[in-house]
Every structure is written in C-alpha cells, then in structure tokens.
Design a protein around this ligand. Sequence first.
Ligand code: NAD
Ligand code: UDP
Length: 317
Amino acid sequence: MRVLVTGGAGFIGSHLCESLLGDGFEVIAVDNLSTGRVDNVEHLLSHPRFQFVHHDVTDELDVQVDAIYHLASPASPVGYRRFPIETLLVNSLGTLRLLELARRSGARFLFASTSEVYGDPLVHPQREDYFGNVNPVGPRSCYDEGKRFGEALSMEFVRTYHVDVRIARIFNTYGPRMDRDDGRVMPNFITRALNGEPIEIYGDGRQTRSFCYVADLVRGLRLLMERDGLAGEVVNLGNPDERSVLELAELVQRLCGRSVPLVFRPPRPDDPIRRCPDITRARALLGWEPRVPLEEGVQETIRYYRHRLAGIASADE
Ligand code: NAD
Ligand code: UDP
C-alpha cells in the first residue's frame, strides 16, 4: 500500500508518516516547507519505504498511490496570518489537485479539516451537524473559509465522482515537534516557562480549548482512513477534556517547575470563547477516543522542548 501524506514534514504529518511506516506502508511525504521542517522527518529519510518530496501541492503532482492524507496547510493563527493567500489556495486549489489525483488513482482521500469550521461556536460542545458561526471576512477567515471550501469540494467529489473521501475535523492537537515559533498556546507557554519568561495570556484566560495529544489524533486519523464504508463521513477528532487557557498556564507552570509571572495581553480578534468536541460519532464509527491524559501529554511535550532548547543553547555556544 502506497500512501501520500501532504504536509508530511509538519507537526502532525511527521507523526503520521512514522506511524504508517511502523505498520508496513510505503509513504511519500510531500511538503513545501513553508511552516514545516525537514528536521521533523530527518530520522525517516534513510527508511527504505519513505520518500520525501519538496513540492507545493497547489502545483500538479503525478504519483500513483492508494490513499491520500491531505494535511498540507498552515495551521496556527500566526502561521496563516503570515501566509493568508497561500492558506486559502492550499485548501482550495491544493485540495482540488489532490482530489483529482485521488479520482485518477482510485485512492481513498482524507481531508484534514478543523474545529475552526465552527468559528466562535454558539452551540456547545460542537457536534458535526452544527453549521458554525464564522466571520467570513475576519482575520481567521483565510483559514476557516479555506477549510470550509475544502470540505465542500471534498463532498462534491463524493457526490459527483464517487471518490471515497473522509473529513476529519481536528480540534487543538499538541505534542513533540510542534513548531516552537508558530505562536500556538502549547509551545508558547512551555518554552516561556522553561526559559523563565512570563507566560502571556491573551484576554482574561477564561476562553477554553480541548487539547488532544498527537498520538491519539494520529490513531484517529488512521482509523478514519482505514475503516471501510465511511465515504462522505465527517468526524470530529479531539479530546473532550475542556480547559481554560488560564488553567493550562497554571498546569504548564507546575509541570515545568517554574512559577513564572502570568501577564495578560489584549485578546486576539475573533478568538473563539469556547471549544470542545462532541466525539459521539468518532466513538460510534471508529471505536475511537483519546487515551492520553493532559498532564501526561504535557509532560512528554515539555521533555521535547527541554531537549530542543538545550540543543539550541549548546549550538549557540
Ligand atoms: P504544520 O504547520 O506543522 O504542518 C503543515 C504542513 O503543511 C507544514 O509542514 C507545511 O510546510 C505544509 N504545507 C503548507 N502549505 C503547503 C503547500 N502548499 N504544499 C505543500 N506543503 C504545504 O501544522 P499541523 O499542526 O501539523 O497541521 C496539519 C494539518 O492539520 C493542517 O491541515 C491543519 O489545518 C490541520 N489541523 C491541525 C490542528 C492542530 O491543532 N495541530 C487542528 C486542526 C486542524
Ligand atoms: N493563547 C494565549 N497565549 C499565547 C498563545 C495563545 O493566551 O501565547 C490563547 C489564544 O488566544 C487562544 C488559545 O490560547 O484563546 C489557543 O490558541 P492557539 O493559537 O493555540 O490555537 P487556536 O485554537 O486559537 O487556533
């Protein structure tokens, strides 16, 4: 089985490649390295069943594969504000090119969508049949509307061409290899605490997120791809353990063993107030639910950044 992973040099993509290789798949990782790093797949480059291709998926790609995981896209608010038009294009034109490839090759297709399709949700927790509350012209819209377009296009390839597409609505995922400069809350809080710098909280910190450890997420993505009979299914993948940003800051302080100051900054525009997945559908269709408790996943992530920060410090000497 040959599998294409777009965004394979990114945070989630690199873990997915590793998991697929571990189970005997042949893996082609395609990435334009806009927000990802070759570092993330350095340890896989000599693997006989792994191939890395430096390529932008908005350009035509000709490979024969059995399955396509389309993960390529800037994913953090800082990342997509830095590349707003590219974000719209990779989720629209890029998705079109890859759906056409799936149609030509008879491959299964998984579109990595996001909880951001629910915007700043008015329904809580979010179920897949909720249509969302998205600002179509705000600073997050390049991402939210890009993903919504990608979902709509995917569904039209199911209805029109009977391509076997599955859509994963991924909620906040964290773990080793998250880019420490991409501005997301987990790398920001952990690296600041480890460096003894103040943790910055945007707004009053009462906004919530539900954090899923990357190993759990990858297991969910693979089940969604590998189970038969799921064409056209849209499934939330996330951890329903909802926490406030303030609670997360306190947890990171405690687990890092550093009581750095917490400072409050103005809220981000259009920052969703509450976010928590309803995973009833994932449980029913996939028998999936997260297994890694937040404390355990955060410990593991702290270990990773400790190691990286130590490496950077010694390289600077
Ligand atoms: P990431 O930035 O680490 O990985 C994305 C990868 O896509 C990067 O390696 C980047 O270089 C690559 N890429 C971007 N545009 C490309 C293009 N045009 N052609 C080829 N490669 C391109 O982010 P991530 O957190 O690993 O996210 C992976 C996917 O999961 C994204 O589609 C994201 O929208 C989705 N997602 C992630 C989360 C999360 O919490 N991490 C939540 C919801 C959805
Ligand atoms: N956040 C914060 N401080 C930071 C980074 C993020 O308070 O240094 C907040 C942000 O405002 C949001 C939450 O943490 O409410 C999650 O932000 P992130 O960028 O990780 O992901 P989002 O879910 O907003 O896409």
